[in-house]
Design a protein around this ligand. Structure first.
Ligand code: ATP
Ligand code: MG
Length: 358
Protein backbone atom coordinates (compact mmCIF):
# COMPACT_ATOMS: atom_id res chain seq x y z
CA UNK A 1 0.00 0.00 0.00
CA UNK A 2 1.27 3.37 -0.96
CA UNK A 3 1.70 5.95 1.79
CA UNK A 4 0.30 8.97 -0.02
CA UNK A 5 -3.07 10.02 -1.41
CA UNK A 6 -3.21 8.96 -5.06
CA UNK A 7 -1.96 11.52 -7.55
CA UNK A 8 -4.84 12.53 -9.80
CA UNK A 9 -3.74 12.57 -13.40
CA UNK A 10 -5.84 13.59 -16.39
CA UNK A 11 -4.85 11.58 -19.46
CA UNK A 12 -5.56 13.36 -22.74
CA UNK A 13 -4.29 11.51 -25.84
CA UNK A 14 -5.61 14.15 -28.29
CA UNK A 15 -5.09 13.46 -31.97
CA UNK A 16 -3.02 11.39 -34.38
CA UNK A 17 0.03 9.71 -32.93
CA UNK A 18 -0.88 11.23 -29.56
CA UNK A 19 -3.22 8.25 -29.37
CA UNK A 20 -0.50 5.80 -30.28
CA UNK A 21 2.20 7.04 -27.96
CA UNK A 22 -0.09 7.67 -24.98
CA UNK A 23 -0.59 3.94 -24.22
CA UNK A 24 3.21 3.64 -24.07
CA UNK A 25 3.46 6.68 -21.81
CA UNK A 26 0.93 5.04 -19.49
CA UNK A 27 2.61 1.66 -19.65
CA UNK A 28 5.86 3.26 -18.51
CA UNK A 29 4.14 5.41 -15.91
CA UNK A 30 2.35 2.41 -14.43
CA UNK A 31 5.52 0.32 -14.40
CA UNK A 32 7.26 3.10 -12.45
CA UNK A 33 4.29 3.51 -10.12
CA UNK A 34 4.28 -0.22 -9.32
CA UNK A 35 8.02 -0.34 -8.69
CA UNK A 36 8.23 2.78 -6.55
CA UNK A 37 4.92 2.37 -4.73
CA UNK A 38 3.28 5.45 -6.21
CA UNK A 39 -0.51 5.60 -6.18
CA UNK A 40 -2.10 7.04 -9.32
CA UNK A 41 -5.70 7.85 -10.10
CA UNK A 42 -6.02 8.23 -13.86
CA UNK A 43 -8.93 10.02 -15.53
CA UNK A 44 -9.15 9.33 -19.27
CA UNK A 45 -10.41 12.24 -21.33
CA UNK A 46 -11.50 12.09 -24.96
CA UNK A 47 -11.95 15.81 -25.51
CA UNK A 48 -9.27 18.33 -26.50
CA UNK A 49 -9.21 16.42 -29.79
CA UNK A 50 -10.30 17.19 -33.33
CA UNK A 51 -12.80 14.30 -33.30
CA UNK A 52 -14.48 15.94 -30.34
CA UNK A 53 -14.50 19.23 -32.23
CA UNK A 54 -16.14 17.64 -35.28
CA UNK A 55 -18.88 16.15 -33.10
CA UNK A 56 -19.44 19.15 -30.78
CA UNK A 57 -18.26 22.26 -32.62
CA UNK A 58 -15.70 23.04 -29.91
CA UNK A 59 -12.49 21.43 -28.72
CA UNK A 60 -13.55 21.05 -25.10
CA UNK A 61 -16.76 20.99 -23.05
CA UNK A 62 -17.84 24.24 -21.36
CA UNK A 63 -16.88 22.92 -17.91
CA UNK A 64 -13.38 21.75 -18.94
CA UNK A 65 -11.73 23.89 -16.30
CA UNK A 66 -13.84 22.50 -13.48
CA UNK A 67 -13.15 18.96 -14.70
CA UNK A 68 -9.39 19.49 -14.63
CA UNK A 69 -8.99 21.89 -11.72
CA UNK A 70 -8.55 19.23 -9.03
CA UNK A 71 -5.96 17.24 -10.98
CA UNK A 72 -2.34 17.09 -9.90
CA UNK A 73 -1.19 16.93 -13.50
CA UNK A 74 -2.24 16.49 -17.09
CA UNK A 75 -0.49 14.04 -19.38
CA UNK A 76 -1.10 15.19 -22.94
CA UNK A 77 -0.41 13.44 -26.27
CA UNK A 78 -0.66 15.79 -29.23
CA UNK A 79 -3.34 17.97 -30.74
CA UNK A 80 -4.15 18.85 -34.33
CA UNK A 81 -5.61 17.30 -37.45
CA UNK A 82 -5.22 19.98 -40.10
CA UNK A 83 -7.08 17.96 -42.77
CA UNK A 84 -10.35 18.57 -40.92
CA UNK A 85 -9.72 21.29 -38.31
CA UNK A 86 -7.43 24.31 -38.84
CA UNK A 87 -4.46 24.32 -36.43
CA UNK A 88 -5.37 27.71 -34.95
CA UNK A 89 -8.72 26.28 -33.80
CA UNK A 90 -7.35 23.05 -32.35
CA UNK A 91 -4.39 24.71 -30.66
CA UNK A 92 -6.11 27.82 -29.33
CA UNK A 93 -9.13 25.76 -28.28
CA UNK A 94 -7.13 23.39 -26.09
CA UNK A 95 -3.43 23.57 -25.20
CA UNK A 96 -3.09 27.33 -25.20
CA UNK A 97 -6.17 27.62 -22.98
CA UNK A 98 -4.57 25.26 -20.47
CA UNK A 99 -1.37 27.24 -20.49
CA UNK A 100 -3.11 30.53 -19.87
CA UNK A 101 -5.96 29.54 -17.57
CA UNK A 102 -3.76 27.29 -15.45
CA UNK A 103 -0.99 29.88 -15.28
CA UNK A 104 1.65 27.43 -16.47
CA UNK A 105 4.35 30.05 -16.42
CA UNK A 106 7.34 27.74 -16.70
CA UNK A 107 8.16 25.86 -19.84
CA UNK A 108 10.78 23.30 -18.95
CA UNK A 109 12.81 21.43 -21.57
CA UNK A 110 15.53 18.94 -20.71
CA UNK A 111 18.50 18.61 -23.04
CA UNK A 112 20.42 15.37 -22.88
CA UNK A 113 22.77 13.43 -25.10
CA UNK A 114 21.97 9.72 -25.52
CA UNK A 115 23.99 6.90 -26.95
CA UNK A 116 22.36 5.56 -30.12
CA UNK A 117 20.92 8.89 -31.24
CA UNK A 118 22.86 10.49 -34.09
CA UNK A 119 24.27 13.73 -32.66
CA UNK A 120 24.97 16.57 -35.08
CA UNK A 121 27.87 17.74 -32.90
CA UNK A 122 31.02 15.75 -33.53
CA UNK A 123 32.95 14.06 -30.74
CA UNK A 124 30.46 14.44 -27.89
CA UNK A 125 30.08 11.63 -25.37
CA UNK A 126 26.75 10.56 -23.83
CA UNK A 127 26.56 11.95 -20.31
CA UNK A 128 28.51 15.05 -21.31
CA UNK A 129 25.41 17.08 -22.14
CA UNK A 130 22.69 17.21 -19.53
CA UNK A 131 20.94 20.49 -18.82
CA UNK A 132 17.57 22.22 -18.63
CA UNK A 133 16.17 25.20 -20.47
CA UNK A 134 13.67 27.17 -18.36
CA UNK A 135 11.53 29.41 -20.53
CA UNK A 136 9.18 32.11 -19.26
CA UNK A 137 5.83 31.08 -20.70
CA UNK A 138 3.34 33.93 -20.15
CA UNK A 139 4.73 37.40 -20.95
CA UNK A 140 7.86 39.07 -22.32
CA UNK A 141 8.14 39.49 -26.05
CA UNK A 142 4.97 37.58 -26.92
CA UNK A 143 2.18 40.14 -26.60
CA UNK A 144 -0.45 41.57 -28.89
CA UNK A 145 0.50 45.13 -27.97
CA UNK A 146 1.44 47.35 -30.85
CA UNK A 147 0.25 48.19 -34.30
CA UNK A 148 0.94 49.48 -37.79
CA UNK A 149 0.89 53.12 -38.82
CA UNK A 150 0.87 54.82 -42.23
CA UNK A 151 0.40 51.53 -44.02
CA UNK A 152 1.47 51.47 -47.63
CA UNK A 153 3.28 54.83 -47.41
CA UNK A 154 6.93 55.80 -47.17
CA UNK A 155 6.39 56.50 -43.46
CA UNK A 156 4.99 53.04 -42.71
CA UNK A 157 6.03 51.80 -39.29
CA UNK A 158 5.27 48.87 -37.04
CA UNK A 159 5.51 48.71 -33.25
CA UNK A 160 5.48 45.53 -31.18
CA UNK A 161 5.78 45.92 -27.41
CA UNK A 162 7.25 43.52 -24.85
CA UNK A 163 5.94 43.29 -21.31
CA UNK A 164 8.08 42.27 -18.36
CA UNK A 165 6.43 42.43 -14.94
CA UNK A 166 8.27 42.13 -11.66
CA UNK A 167 5.95 39.32 -10.63
CA UNK A 168 6.38 37.45 -13.91
CA UNK A 169 10.15 37.88 -14.02
CA UNK A 170 10.89 37.08 -10.41
CA UNK A 171 8.83 33.91 -10.42
CA UNK A 172 10.60 32.40 -13.43
CA UNK A 173 14.00 33.39 -12.04
CA UNK A 174 13.11 31.90 -8.66
CA UNK A 175 12.11 28.62 -10.26
CA UNK A 176 15.40 28.50 -12.19
CA UNK A 177 17.51 29.33 -9.12
CA UNK A 178 15.72 26.64 -7.12
CA UNK A 179 16.27 24.10 -9.87
CA UNK A 180 19.95 25.01 -10.15
CA UNK A 181 20.42 24.80 -6.38
CA UNK A 182 18.89 21.32 -6.33
CA UNK A 183 21.28 20.02 -8.99
CA UNK A 184 24.82 18.76 -8.48
CA UNK A 185 26.61 21.47 -10.48
CA UNK A 186 24.50 24.38 -9.21
CA UNK A 187 25.11 26.54 -12.26
CA UNK A 188 22.63 28.99 -13.69
CA UNK A 189 23.04 30.72 -17.02
CA UNK A 190 20.82 33.76 -17.49
CA UNK A 191 20.10 34.61 -21.11
CA UNK A 192 20.04 38.33 -21.84
CA UNK A 193 20.61 40.93 -24.52
CA UNK A 194 21.15 44.00 -22.40
CA UNK A 195 23.73 45.38 -24.81
CA UNK A 196 21.07 45.73 -27.52
CA UNK A 197 17.64 45.73 -25.89
CA UNK A 198 18.42 48.65 -23.68
CA UNK A 199 15.38 48.96 -21.41
CA UNK A 200 13.84 45.59 -20.61
CA UNK A 201 16.98 43.43 -20.65
CA UNK A 202 19.10 45.51 -18.24
CA UNK A 203 16.10 45.39 -15.94
CA UNK A 204 15.90 41.57 -16.37
CA UNK A 205 19.62 41.39 -15.49
CA UNK A 206 19.02 43.48 -12.37
CA UNK A 207 16.26 41.12 -11.23
CA UNK A 208 18.60 38.15 -11.75
CA UNK A 209 21.47 39.84 -9.89
CA UNK A 210 19.14 40.74 -7.04
CA UNK A 211 17.82 37.20 -6.76
CA UNK A 212 21.33 35.76 -6.90
CA UNK A 213 21.92 37.31 -3.45
CA UNK A 214 19.50 34.80 -1.99
CA UNK A 215 21.27 31.86 -3.66
CA UNK A 216 24.95 32.17 -2.77
CA UNK A 217 25.55 28.48 -3.59
CA UNK A 218 24.46 28.95 -7.21
CA UNK A 219 27.10 30.09 -9.70
CA UNK A 220 25.42 32.61 -12.00
CA UNK A 221 26.61 33.32 -15.47
CA UNK A 222 24.95 36.04 -17.58
CA UNK A 223 25.25 35.56 -21.34
CA UNK A 224 23.99 37.46 -24.33
CA UNK A 225 21.63 35.39 -26.42
CA UNK A 226 23.80 35.49 -29.54
CA UNK A 227 26.93 34.05 -27.94
CA UNK A 228 24.74 31.74 -25.84
CA UNK A 229 23.35 30.16 -29.01
CA UNK A 230 26.88 29.73 -30.31
CA UNK A 231 27.94 28.05 -27.06
CA UNK A 232 24.99 25.64 -27.17
CA UNK A 233 26.66 24.31 -30.32
CA UNK A 234 30.33 24.74 -29.42
CA UNK A 235 30.42 24.04 -25.66
CA UNK A 236 27.11 22.41 -24.64
CA UNK A 237 28.83 20.58 -21.80
CA UNK A 238 29.20 23.81 -19.85
CA UNK A 239 25.46 24.24 -19.17
CA UNK A 240 23.42 23.09 -16.19
CA UNK A 241 20.28 25.28 -15.99
CA UNK A 242 19.56 28.05 -18.49
CA UNK A 243 16.80 30.58 -17.83
CA UNK A 244 15.40 32.86 -20.51
CA UNK A 245 12.55 35.17 -21.45
CA UNK A 246 9.69 33.90 -23.59
CA UNK A 247 11.29 34.61 -26.99
CA UNK A 248 14.87 33.67 -26.10
CA UNK A 249 13.61 30.59 -24.28
CA UNK A 250 11.52 29.59 -27.28
CA UNK A 251 14.62 29.62 -29.46
CA UNK A 252 16.89 27.90 -26.94
CA UNK A 253 14.37 25.18 -26.19
CA UNK A 254 14.50 24.01 -29.81
CA UNK A 255 18.19 24.66 -30.29
CA UNK A 256 19.16 22.61 -27.22
CA UNK A 257 17.45 19.37 -28.30
CA UNK A 258 18.63 19.97 -31.88
CA UNK A 259 22.25 20.00 -30.65
CA UNK A 260 21.76 16.54 -29.17
CA UNK A 261 19.80 15.15 -32.13
CA UNK A 262 16.77 14.64 -29.92
CA UNK A 263 14.28 17.15 -31.25
CA UNK A 264 11.95 14.28 -32.18
CA UNK A 265 12.42 12.71 -28.75
CA UNK A 266 11.98 15.87 -26.71
CA UNK A 267 9.49 16.20 -23.87
CA UNK A 268 8.22 19.40 -22.32
CA UNK A 269 6.61 20.45 -19.09
CA UNK A 270 4.32 23.45 -18.69
CA UNK A 271 4.44 24.09 -14.99
CA UNK A 272 2.56 25.95 -12.34
CA UNK A 273 5.18 25.23 -9.66
CA UNK A 274 2.98 26.30 -6.74
CA UNK A 275 0.48 23.64 -7.83
CA UNK A 276 -2.42 26.10 -7.62
CA UNK A 277 -3.39 24.59 -10.98
CA UNK A 278 -2.48 21.36 -12.74
CA UNK A 279 0.72 21.33 -14.76
CA UNK A 280 0.86 19.78 -18.21
CA UNK A 281 3.39 17.33 -19.64
CA UNK A 282 3.56 16.63 -23.37
CA UNK A 283 5.89 15.55 -26.15
CA UNK A 284 7.24 18.44 -28.21
CA UNK A 285 6.28 16.69 -31.45
CA UNK A 286 2.84 17.09 -33.00
CA UNK A 287 0.16 14.65 -34.10
CA UNK A 288 2.16 13.57 -37.19
CA UNK A 289 -0.75 12.72 -39.52
CA UNK A 290 1.76 11.36 -42.07
CA UNK A 291 2.63 8.36 -39.89
CA UNK A 292 -0.56 7.94 -37.87
CA UNK A 293 -2.18 4.51 -37.92
CA UNK A 294 1.01 2.57 -38.64
CA UNK A 295 2.17 1.97 -35.08
CA UNK A 296 5.63 3.33 -35.91
CA UNK A 297 5.67 6.58 -33.90
CA UNK A 298 8.58 6.87 -31.48
CA UNK A 299 7.17 6.76 -27.92
CA UNK A 300 10.24 8.24 -26.17
CA UNK A 301 9.03 11.86 -26.00
CA UNK A 302 5.78 10.67 -24.43
CA UNK A 303 7.51 8.41 -21.92
CA UNK A 304 10.05 11.11 -21.05
CA UNK A 305 7.15 13.54 -20.51
CA UNK A 306 5.59 11.04 -18.09
CA UNK A 307 8.94 10.87 -16.29
CA UNK A 308 8.99 14.66 -15.92
CA UNK A 309 5.47 14.43 -14.50
CA UNK A 310 6.57 12.04 -11.76
CA UNK A 311 9.61 14.18 -11.01
CA UNK A 312 7.39 17.23 -10.65
CA UNK A 313 5.18 15.33 -8.20
CA UNK A 314 8.23 14.56 -6.10
CA UNK A 315 9.08 11.04 -7.34
CA UNK A 316 12.69 11.57 -8.40
CA UNK A 317 13.75 7.88 -8.22
CA UNK A 318 10.88 6.93 -10.55
CA UNK A 319 11.94 9.66 -12.98
CA UNK A 320 15.54 8.48 -12.90
CA UNK A 321 14.54 4.86 -13.51
CA UNK A 322 12.42 5.92 -16.49
CA UNK A 323 15.29 7.92 -17.96
CA UNK A 324 17.70 5.04 -17.44
CA UNK A 325 15.31 2.72 -19.28
CA UNK A 326 14.96 5.19 -22.17
CA UNK A 327 18.75 5.47 -22.29
CA UNK A 328 19.17 1.67 -22.46
CA UNK A 329 16.62 1.17 -25.21
CA UNK A 330 17.91 4.07 -27.31
CA UNK A 331 21.39 2.55 -27.09
CA UNK A 332 20.55 -1.10 -27.67
CA UNK A 333 17.10 -1.18 -29.25
CA UNK A 334 14.43 -2.01 -30.10
CA UNK A 335 14.15 1.24 -32.07
CA UNK A 336 11.37 2.69 -34.21
CA UNK A 337 12.04 3.56 -37.90
CA UNK A 338 12.81 7.26 -37.21
CA UNK A 339 15.95 5.99 -35.42
CA UNK A 340 16.81 3.53 -38.16
CA UNK A 341 15.16 0.52 -36.51
CA UNK A 342 12.15 -1.56 -37.49
CA UNK A 343 10.36 -1.89 -34.14
CA UNK A 344 6.78 -0.77 -33.62
CA UNK A 345 5.66 1.87 -31.15
CA UNK A 346 4.37 -0.92 -28.93
CA UNK A 347 7.58 -2.96 -29.07
CA UNK A 348 9.74 0.00 -28.14
CA UNK A 349 7.30 1.06 -25.41
CA UNK A 350 7.14 -2.43 -23.93
CA UNK A 351 10.93 -2.72 -23.90
CA UNK A 352 11.21 0.55 -21.97
CA UNK A 353 8.42 -0.40 -19.55
CA UNK A 354 10.05 -3.79 -18.86
CA UNK A 355 13.30 -2.12 -17.87
CA UNK A 356 11.46 0.36 -15.67
CA UNK A 357 9.69 -2.49 -13.90
CA UNK A 358 13.20 -3.71 -12.96
P1 ATP B 1 3.13 20.92 -34.64
O1 ATP B 1 2.25 20.04 -33.81
O2 ATP B 1 4.10 21.70 -33.85
O3 ATP B 1 2.36 21.63 -35.68
P2 ATP B 1 4.02 19.51 -36.90
O4 ATP B 1 2.62 19.13 -37.26
O5 ATP B 1 4.73 20.50 -37.74
O6 ATP B 1 4.09 19.93 -35.39
P3 ATP B 1 4.83 16.88 -36.19
O7 ATP B 1 3.44 16.42 -36.08
O8 ATP B 1 5.65 16.87 -34.95
O9 ATP B 1 4.96 18.29 -36.86
O10 ATP B 1 5.59 16.04 -37.31
C1 ATP B 1 6.76 16.52 -37.98
C2 ATP B 1 7.48 15.36 -38.63
O11 ATP B 1 8.12 14.56 -37.63
C3 ATP B 1 6.55 14.41 -39.38
O12 ATP B 1 7.15 13.92 -40.55
C4 ATP B 1 6.31 13.31 -38.39
O13 ATP B 1 6.02 12.09 -39.00
C5 ATP B 1 7.62 13.24 -37.62
N1 ATP B 1 7.37 12.84 -36.22
C6 ATP B 1 6.80 13.59 -35.27
N2 ATP B 1 6.68 12.92 -34.12
C7 ATP B 1 7.23 11.69 -34.34
C8 ATP B 1 7.41 10.52 -33.52
N3 ATP B 1 7.02 10.48 -32.25
N4 ATP B 1 8.00 9.45 -34.09
C9 ATP B 1 8.40 9.47 -35.36
N5 ATP B 1 8.25 10.53 -36.18
C10 ATP B 1 7.67 11.64 -35.69
MG1 MG C 1 0.86 19.75 -36.37
Amino acid sequence: MSKHKPFKIAVIPGDGIGREVMPEGLRALQAAAARFDIALELTHIDWASCDYYLAHGQMMPADWKAQLQGMDAILFGAVGWPATVPDHISLWGSLLKFRREFDQYINLRPVRLFEGVPCPLAGRQPGEIDFFVVRENTEGEYTNLGGRLFEGTERELVVQESVFTRHGTERVLRYAFELARARARKQLTVATKSNGIAISMPWWDERAAEMAQAYPEVAVDKQHIDILCARFVLQPQRFDVVVASNLFGDILSDLGPACTGTIGLAPSANLNPERSYPSLFEPVHGSAPDIYGKNIANPVAMIWSAALLLDFLGCRPAHDAMLAAIEQVLAHGPRTPDLGGSASTTEMGCAIAELIAG
